[in-house]
Design a protein. Sequence first.
Length: 220
Amino acid sequence: MIELSADQLPALHRWFAAGPPAATALAEHALVSGVGRWWADRAVDPRAIAVACADHLPLPWERMAYVHRVPVSPPRPPLGVTVRRLTPEDAPALAALGPDTAWIHASWGGPAGLAGSGHGWAAFAHGRVLAPACTYFRGSGFEDVACVTAPEYRRRRLAPACVTALCKDIAARGHTPSWTCSRDDRPSRLLAWTAGFRLEHEYVHHFTGRPARRVAGIIG
């Protein structure tokens, strides 16, 4: 495979148009945001295309793809916690979450990219980000959702509150929220179901790039 330059990318979205929601959203997000890398088997009339955005690994991965189907009421945040949209001024607070949760803003190129994107929500207390949720990959029809909670604030229903607010925001844009996780990631599957997502299909995803690590902390 050869890596493609930016001027070769505009026509590539059609390759993923018939794929699952998350794969389509990933490709479109990488194309529009410029965060990601593209490869093809040849530069002219390629027969195979690959795209990477954020951290991935070169192994088959059994995945479950969900689509938001059921409207749910957001849980009430604990006393002193506010759930709101991220703004550019929140970039330092996002960065302060630390390296173990840096994956949450990787698809936007870093904390500043996510904070200024208009596609993130978070639970705040005393100026600190406790649980950010965001559109991880934004496509023309689907927006794939991700969420993480700071370890000491888990199991307080912060993640469902943030994801629910984000899903309403996505729907207001005329898009459909989607959710993708590993088949053996029970906490992620439970959060998806609680937030109104329902299983669309299962598939095997092949990744390229840096090894991924299991990240705990998506339960609110």
